[in-house]
Write a protein that binds this ligand. Structure first.
Ligand code: FAD
Length: 454
């Protein structure tokens, strides 16, 4: 007999419940990752995510080899690929960690019932969220729509479990089955190679996720509460892509943060940091209950919003960081170059697109989906709807960020703009492509339609 461990958004060996239980089971292990662009409803990965995945799979392979396990790669519709692998290996058990998007849940539920009917031991585990979405409920049993009470309810639940240690004593399944070579999937850019800045900025994989967390807790957390909104100061954890791919678990983050800082002089900063991890939990809670968050307005009265006809030149100016607005241009270029953008600047650039340029938030969501290394099926549409005002716990639509005031407040010395959009510092600074005040007024007028649709 054999145990298949199916890796998905959990590309790690530490604190991996499915792998842990498979090792405990004692039978030889077949580890597999399926690159699925075929199953209905699965959102194809953006370019930046593909880059990350390539390197993360290499890292996972190294980690698994260290345990004596081979990683099998397959490409195709997950249901079909897993059924084939079960047949090829004669596996009598398959374990995985849960996914929370609807198309993924459908695939997993179908496979689970089918394989169980065929007599396999099929087990799924909670691994990538601190609080399973269905366990956090309001007094009346409904899901939460607002962050603060959601997080309060989470904190009243039993504390998240301790992380599991990386397993030892695994048995590899021999003879090995066929595996794709990750280079055949062509996940990396070639012509042009836009990933130079990515390579300078990131090191995907479990080992560097742990190094990042440790460095953050030691060096940056003390300033987190006061400086996390400053794009010119690199004090945030930069763990988001590692979390997106499950190279580190939120349980690890939770317990290490608490062990190091709870009760100490930086307890407040630690609490603030864990609350940000809580926003990720909340985004997934929302996506679990509202699966089409990336395509549909969460608040349906927003369907009445009179988006003007798309102006492609304006969209492109925003994408390329050529809007003539310093903080917006700096952010969009940081994104293009490195695959990330500071949270404060994400809010400013998103506000500028949806309000000053009056472009539907979905266009921005798609661009971020393609260009962010942390592009996340929950946090990205959640963030966009939050800024656009169509989300339930949203910034009200009329809160239109003034990018100039934001820059003065959060990049007071101009260091961030100077780094990414230096032409804005000189005498010949470019002019904004739209008038900030006039477009703000127009946006507010358009919003009246939504108010009247209520
Ligand atoms: P830290 O401040 O160190 O926070 C720690 C962790 O908490 C992050 O790694 C992340 O997992 C989580 N987190 C922090 N803030 C948020 C938040 N507002 N919402 C959800 N989770 C949060 N985050 C993504 O992970 N993927 C996305 O695709 C994404 N798209 C966004 C789009 C928009 C328009 C906006 C406004 C925000 C978006 N965010 C997204 C949230 C946030 O900007 C990033 O999580 C954060 O900038 C990552 O940097 P960090 O790891 O240094 O964060």
């Amino acid at each position: 007999s054999r145990t298949i461990v199916w890796f998905r958004d959990d590309l790690r060996i530490g604190d991996n419940p499915a792998l842990h239980e498979a090792v405990n089971r004692g039978e030889p292990i077949v580890a597999v990752f399926v690159f699925d662009e075929r199953s209905p409803g699965i959102r194809p990965l953006g370019g930046a995510s593909r880059w990350w995945l390539h390197h993360s799979l290499n890292a996972l392979e190294g980690e698994l080899n260290g345990l004596g396990i081979t990683l099998v790669l397959r490409r195709g519709a997950a249901g079909k690929m897993i059924r084939e692998l079960v047949a090829e290996t004669g596996a009598d058990a398959i374990y995985w960690n849960r996914r929370y998007g609807l198309p993924e849940r459908d695939i997993d539920a179908q496979l689970k019932s089918e394989l169980r009917d065929a007599g396999l031991d099929v087990r799924s585990f909670g691994a990538n969220l601190l609080f399973e979405p269905w366990t956090v409920r309001t007094g009346s049993g409904t899901p939460y729509g607002v962050f603060t009470p959601f997080w309060k309810a989470c904190l009243a639940l039993p504390e998240p479990r301790e992380p599991l240690p990386a397993p030892t004593g695994a048995r590899d399944a021999r003879p090995a089955v066929d595996s794709d070579d990750v280079t055949d999937w062509q996940l990396l850019p070639t012509d042009p190679d836009w990933a130079t800045g990515f390579r300078e900025t990131w090191e995907p994989g479990e080992a560097s996720a742990h190094t990042r967390l440790e460095a953050f807790l030691a060096d940056d957390l003390p300033d987190y509460a006061t400086k996390r909104d400053r794009p010119d100061r690199a004090v945030t954890s930069r763990l988001s892509p590692h979390l997106r791919w499950g190279e580190i678990s939120p349980h690890e983050i939770w317990h290490q943060t608490r062990a190091r800082h709870a009760g100490g002089p930086h307890a407040n900063a630690a609490q603030k940091f864990l609350a940000e991890v809580g926003w990720r939990e909340f985004a997934w809670h929302v996506l679990f209950h509202i699966p089409d968050l990336a395509t549909k307005n969460w608040r349906s009265e927003f369907d009445a919003f009179p988006w003007p006809r798309l102006n492609p030149a304006r969209l492109e100016a925003w994408q390329r960081g050529r809007t003539g607005v310093a903080l917006v241009d700096a952010g969009m270029r940081e994104l293009w170059h490195t695959g990330t953008m500071h949270n404060r600047v994400r809010m400013v650039t998103a506000s500028f697109l949806t309000k000053n340029l009056m472009i539907d938030w979905r266009k921005g969501e798609q661009w971020f989906w393609d260009t962010l290394v942390d592009a996340d099926a929950a946090s990205n549409p959640f963030g966009w709807q939050w800024v656009a005002g169509s989300g339930s716990d949203a910034a009200p639509y009329f809160r239109i960020f003034n990018p100039e005031l934001q820059a003065a407040k959060f990049d007071p010395d101009g260091a961030y703009v100077g780094r990414w959009a230096p032409e804005h510092a000189g005498e010949d600074a470019p002019e904004p492509i739209v008038d900030l005040k006039a477009t703000r007024d127009a946006a507010l007028a358009a919003y009246e339609t939504v108010k009247n649709a209520r």
